[in-house]
Ligand binder design. Structure first.
Ligand code: ATP
Length: 384
């Protein structure tokens, strides 16, 4: 069991705040990603969980016990350093058994434990080899073995695959995930790579500028970004943003960009002023009839789909459409999108306009509302 609860966690270095009032929960057995750009506070958060850094404020609970101020040795959490940090003069067996020997475990028990771990990692045949001559993959497995052998409650990993080339990185990330699924140990994994986070994680915390922007499953974060930052950071190509002055009436199914009507999810709360409509490339439909007009600036062929770069009055957009659709540079096209695929943001706060459904649920009113309200009436739908 290893549930980790982070509550209002804060870290200051002098007058610089590296982590600001972070709160999230890592459930037992989860593969949990800390994601964000360089310098946002991911590593500092991980180091505080492991005890390598003490928080300035807030609390960390491991299985209900507060551990915020305990030294690392009393936390039973393994920090997997750069995967290649092995003892080069020792063979594989010695590298893996080292933590147990230094704990004073009996030789026979050490042998049994190392054999078990080697079995899990599939490295029984290299136990007596020096680490110096091993392939990158095997060195990485040995480094993992050294962390696993202690049977810690949880693993902390800081960009463990960061130094690898793309192909090998993909292979190792699959192996790491499979290993996690076999062992079921809570794992917290730092990365700045949104694709890696989406592919590997059960849950993701997205951080920016020392602040937790959003916490949820990969799908939550992709489909329902809570902030403009998250919407922009996740997905490739990233979400498109149309900037306009507008008014959203609570519960109404339509709004307008300029004079162009478009459908909004009905359950939104009302909002005024500078708004941003976010729509993912794969949710844009091109058709001759749609009244929101755009010009095709470029077309990038990708096989089954193509990315069409468009310019409209409210900003540039990228649409991912079926390659069978004929589009050429210079074409004038109409663009439309379904209500349930868009996210509206308040431009000043950068926050997604909230759903009134949450409030209704809180009030226990039992009112439900459809989100699929495709009344944009803009003709053909070509699904890319
Ligand atoms: P990266 O991937 O670049 O390591 P990160 O999100 O992991 O980014 P952190 O390493 O947590 O970021 O650092 C967050 C901020 O805190 C950075 O601006 C960093 O310079 C600062 N910082 C980290 N450790 C210290 C320290 N010991 N003293 C002063 N500032 C620090």
């Amino acid at each position: 069991m290893a549930e980790i609860v982070i509550r209002n966690l804060r870290k200051e270095f002098g007058d610089f705040t590296a982590v600001r009032e972070s709160s999230f929960t890592i459930a037992d057995g989860e593969f949990f990603m800390l994601l964000g750009p360089s310098g946002c506070g991911k590593t500092t958060t991980l180091r505080m969980i492991a005890g390598l850094e003490l928080p300035t404020g807030g609390e960390i609970f491991l299985d209900g016990e507060e551990i915020s101020q305990r030294p690392p040795s009393q936390r039973d959490i393994a920090f997997v350093f750069q995967m290649f940090a092995l003892y080069p003069h020792m063979n594989v067996r010695r590298n893996i058994s080292y933590p147990l020997i230094s704990q004073g475990m009996k030789r026979r028990d050490v042998r049994a434990k190392v054999a078990e771990v080697a079995g899990i990692l599939g490295i029984e045949d290299i136990l007596n080899k020096p680490v110096g001559g091993l392939s990158g993959g095997d060195r990485q497995r040995v480094a993992l073995g050294r962390a696993i052998v202690r049977d810690p409650k949880a693993f902390m990993m800081d960009e463990p695959l960061g130094a690898l080339d793309a192909e090998f990185r993909e292979h190792m990330s699959e192996e790491l995930r499979a290993l996690h699924d076999r062992m079921g140990a809570t794992t917290v994994y730092v990365t700045h790579d949104q694709l890696e986070a989406m592919q590997m994680g059960d849950k993701i915390v997205v951080m920016n500028n020392a602040v937790v922007e959003q916490f949820g499953t990969p799908q939550d974060i992709y489909d329902k970004p809570a902030t403009l930052f998250v919407a922009d950071f996740i997905g490739s190509p990233s979400m498109n943003f149309l900037h306009f002055d507008g008014h959203i009436e609570a519960g109404q199914s339509n709004a307008t960009i300029g004079n162009t009507p478009f459908a909004v999810p009905q359950q939104l709360e009302s909002s005024n002023g500078k708004l941003v409509l976010g729509v993912r490339p794969e949710h844009i439909t091109l058709s001759d009839e749609a009244s929101l007009r755009a010009q095709v600036l470029a077309v990038e062929y990708l096989g089954t789909t193509q990315i069409v770069l468009l310019q409209c009055e409210y900003g540039d957009l990228k649409a991912r459409v079926d390659s069978a659709l004929t589009v050429s540079v210079g074409d004038q096209v109409g663009i439309s999108f379904k209500a349930d695929t868009i996210t509206l943001f308040n431009s000043d706060s950068g926050k997604a306009i909230r759903s009134v459904l949450n409030d209704l649920a809180l009030n226990n009113s039992g009112i439900s509302s459809s989100t699929d309200n495709d009344s944009s009436g803009n003709g053909d739908h070509h699904h890319g």
